[in-house]
Design a protein around this ligand. Sequence first.
Ligand SMILES: *[C@@H]1O[C@H](CO)[C@@H](O)[C@H](O)[C@H]1NC(C)=O
Ligand SMILES: *[C@@H]1O[C@H](CO)[C@@H](O)[C@H](O)[C@H]1NC(C)=O
Ligand SMILES: *[C@@H]1O[C@H](CO)[C@@H](O)[C@H](O)[C@H]1NC(C)=O
Ligand SMILES: *[C@@H]1O[C@H](CO)[C@@H](O)[C@H](O)[C@H]1NC(C)=O
Ligand SMILES: *[C@@H]1O[C@H](CO)[C@@H](O)[C@H](O)[C@H]1NC(C)=O
Ligand SMILES: *[C@@H]1O[C@H](CO)[C@@H](O)[C@H](O)[C@H]1NC(C)=O
Length: 798
Amino acid sequence: MAFVPQFSLYFLILLLMPFFTFAQTPSNKTLGSSLTASNDNSGSSWVSPSGEFAFGFRQIGDQGFLLAIWFDKIPEKTIVWSANRNELVQRGSKSELTADGPLVLRDATGRQIWSVGPGDGVVYGAMLDTGNFVLAGSDSVNLWESFDMPTDTMLPTQTMSQGSRLVARFSDSNYSSGRFMFELQSDGNLLLYTTTYPKEDANAAYWSTQSSIPDGFQVIFNQSGYMYLIAKNGSILNPVFSNTASTQNFYQRAIVDSDGVFRHYIYPKSSNSSDGNWPMAWSTLSFIPSDICVRIAGDKGSGACGFNSYCSLVDDRKKCQCPPGYTFFDPEDVMKGCKQNFVPQSCDKTSEEMHLFEFRDMINTDWPNFHYESYKSVSEDWCRQVCLSDCFCSAAFFKNGECWKKQVPLGNGRNGPSVGGKALIKIRKDNSTGSAGSGSNKEQNSTLVTILSALLGSSIFVNILLLLGTFIFFYCWNRTKQGTVQPVTAMPSMNLQSFTYKELEHITEGFKEELGSGAFGTVYIGVLAFDNNEFVAIKRLDKATSDGEQEFRSEVNSIGRTNHKNLVRLLGFCNEGQNRLLVYEYMSNGSLANFLFGNSRPNWESRIQSAFGTARGLFYLHEECNNQIIHCDIKPQNILLDDCLTARISDFGLAKLLKADQTQTTTAIRGTKGYVAPEWFKNLPITVKVDVYSFGVLLLELVSCRKNFEANAKEEQMILSDYAYDCLRDGNLDLLVENDEEAMNDMKRVKKFVRIAIWCIQEDPSLRPTMKKVTQMMEGAVEVSAPPDPTSFISSIV
Ligand SMILES: *[C@@H]1O[C@H](CO)[C@@H](O)[C@H](O)[C@H]1NC(C)=O
Ligand SMILES: *[C@@H]1O[C@H](CO)[C@@H](O)[C@H](O)[C@H]1NC(C)=O
Ligand SMILES: *[C@@H]1O[C@H](CO)[C@@H](O)[C@H](O)[C@H]1NC(C)=O
Ligand SMILES: *[C@@H]1O[C@H](CO)[C@@H](O)[C@H](O)[C@H]1NC(C)=O
Ligand SMILES: *[C@@H]1O[C@H](CO)[C@@H](O)[C@H](O)[C@H]1NC(C)=O
Ligand SMILES: *[C@@H]1O[C@H](CO)[C@@H](O)[C@H](O)[C@H]1NC(C)=O
């Protein structure tokens, strides 16, 4: 009985459906709707109700069309999903929501290229405002979603379940499947790995959540722009991206880029929003892994770059290069690797040809694991000779008395300060002539060969080698005892290089050139790799306590684990008894103090950028790195500027290293007068809020471009923080930025920043915002209310 009415209702709906379609908004596409690929892109897309996303055909160069989803309101029309990435279609191709349900893509000849969706039950398709294209049933239940079939991108509100993956595109302009993958495996492990291109099997992982028992259930990119891995019970296991910008003000996406790096990008929705400090373009908010070049390990595959090439990080971007004597097969696709420009050594005439080859040295460069033989306790010269007299040997790597012989094709090449050692690349001296032994000096050459082979055969030579070897063996053994850290492993903390005091003495030419000195010691300049002009700053800790070997190592490791673009990176350390030194990146543009209080006033925008950079760096130290770090000495002298004038915090982690127990109250005041929070004087607990206080003072200095204390100023203006509050209260903020035209034209931001600063310097630590809140206020994600008088707390407590 029940069957009949139900059946007739169904029948009625079917009958009425064509009429329903007229009642629906343009976003709901009924069965039978279709799109056609045409050159002018007109009428070939379905737009979401907000207009932010569109589904349809996009032309890719002159290669053909992708059936895709893209950000439709921005000029770039950035593609976030596609159906036919590995098979572009031509003009006249059609995508149809067929009458019996499935969404189908047919090329111009009518051949079916792609199809999704259940056979029946689909009532309409819709492009949603989240960027999800769905096929829905009569009760609005989604029967198919593009979110469930991601290509290389995730959008806020999208989740990834076990077994799903993002596959990088081939290159920035070629959308077909590439060589890198982000996958939540069905066993619950979350990984980034290289694939066995052109297949999609896992090759070498270069990032993972690294839990002993993987139990990841879903990757969630939530509505607020956080990405994290959750367990089945919903508890958060690992954050993936936790830098955030408001999703209200920014378009956001996370993509495994064609270079293998997983990046979280943002794009301001409007240029006049209060987030004007971001350019109207995609900017990277954060990315993993921090250094793809050194992360990829293993002895298979070409690594982050192609075979025979090497990878280095330039401005957070991967760069692939060929060693001397090699050039790219295909400069358009560097992942194809490098080829030798010369005829390799002949194995029939190895010794005759020895003199035709020489080595080019490459400091801090290696193709780890790609060796076929290795020797301990040898000298560099021995290493060169042994490779030169071996026709299989294409290159050698020498480090700390060890020598590794390597053979092309070399995979996994990387260059960077954490690599250490030296690669010796064997190349033919005269690469223009292919044939061996040609030329007029053949006779001379064979004489040389005779001498060499005689030498190699003689016992004196062997004895010398043995002696040298013994010496180096003891030297290295001694070093190992002091705890040399293996530079290349998957653990971030192990990225630090351990230096001997002797090495640092050499690098700094006997601690010749002083860069400055601070609370913790003196800083010297050094040169790591003479070839690349790689400067480093070496800080010699003078107050280091002699005890706590273990503690020193663990603190240094914790500093070494930090990785943020607004922090000065620690590259290595030396720990030999009383000699404790830290090796940092060298910052070419000095400190914010010089920049700010130098001869000419830096422009408003760059001051704003410094404020943002410092705030983000502090936010990271307080909330985002593994072990919370309280800086305790935030001031313009400790904010350094790199080549691009990006503000980078230095000296973090040292307060703890030098034995200040941060969580306890303490009588020994750290920090610098004028920037220290009142709780230092009051026996109150020291928390991250002391840094917020110092940041507030710094922010005022950045806005007004003057020092916190100026003895020559009028009495009421002497202390900047008091003066700024008076100006804010009395509505005279223009006095604070007098003579600064750029700032005067931006009083809205001046006011916002002063308000934020006054919140930060509240005497009552609990009234101060967290650095997270500060960055949100600065970015405009959170309103800034009028702050109270910062000193109102004193009267109540003293
Ligand atoms: C599309 O249709 C469904 C069901 O008929 C309805 O709930 C939904 O509001 C429609 N969407 C739009 C944007 O009109
Ligand atoms: C993208 O790269 C692949 C692999 O090299 C190639 O087969 C394909 O033709 C390229 N596609 C385009 C549109 O250039
Ligand atoms: C997103 O995740 C973050 C971190 O877990 C959380 O603070 C925030 O409330 C979440 N947002 C939404 C909309 O669920
Ligand atoms: C949820 O699961 C994780 C790992 O599976 C476990 O560590 C955690 O204790 C669980 N939490 C709750 C509230 O059950
Ligand atoms: C931004 O500018 C657009 C026009 O360019 C205007 O419609 C909108 O109201 C402005 N928004 C704000 C927040 O000023
Ligand atoms: C080797 O070849 C390169 C490019 O072909 C050339 O610039 C270089 O001078 C050559 N080297 C020698 C030693 O001939």
